[in-house]
Design a protein around this ligand. Structure first.
Ligand code: ADP
Length: 178
């Protein structure tokens, strides 16, 4: 599903964030050490190869809400934006940290003149953020940033489960209806 707002395509798909060849960059739901782990970080590091972690070691650690950018190595993209989401119940207020993740990732992509960026559902896996609360923060934050974006023309949300796909589709449908 695609909805175009302020000349920017907002796309919602089911898929694997490490397998998105149409995107300039993908966002990694990283850990503070920017190390390979489970979930999104595991998939990204596995496909990118060990050179990614090598570059990451120079940038780590990062704080909740922070985003950094690296090359993408063997991934089919130019760059990876690594951002650390809040651990639900620990990094408080979670909503602000999660919003910072999306905002900082978008601004970093913009600064690097990227035209397309893909997001997973940050913090909703191991970090425990309830997906139905996270999706509200995601769209509120992204929509607020749209007027500042000059180079980004596509923002793609890549969801791993049917439940998350439906949540995002419902939200985007509501937005499209005003
Ligand atoms: P966090 O530690 O920020 O919670 P996780 O990687 O544990 O990040 O999970 C974030 C979300 O991404 C979860 O909904 C999880 O199911 C989903 N996910 C896991 N692997 C992938 C993948 N390869 N591509 C896209 N989404 C994924």
């Amino acid at each position: 599903m695609i909805y175009t707002l302020q000349n920017i395509d907002l796309e919602v798909v089911k898929g694997d964030i490490s397998d998105q060849p149409d995107l300039d960059a993908v966002v990694n739901a990283a850990n503070a050490q920017l190390a390979p782990g489970g979930g999104v970080a595991g998939a990204i590091h596995k496909k990118a190869g060990p050179d990614l972690f090598q570059e990451c070691t120079e940038l780590a650690p990062i704080k909740p809400g922070e985003a950094v950018i690296t090359k993408a190595y063997k991934l089919p993209n130019r760059n990876v934006v690594h951002c650390l989401g809040p651990v639900y119940g620990k990094d408080i207020p979670e909503e602000e940290y999660l919003a910072s993740c999306y905002k900082n990732s978008l601004l970093l992509a913009e600064r690097h003149k990227l035209s397309s960026l893909g997001f997973p559902a940050i913090s909703t896996g191991i970090f425990g953020y309830p997906p139905e609360l996270a999706v509200e923060v995601v769209f509120k934050t992204v929509l607020a940033e749209l007027p500042k974006l000059e180079h980004l023309k596509k923002i793609k949300f890549v969801l791993f489960s049917d439940e998350d796909l439906r949540l995002y589709q419902d939200k985007l449908k509501k937005i499209s209806l005003g």
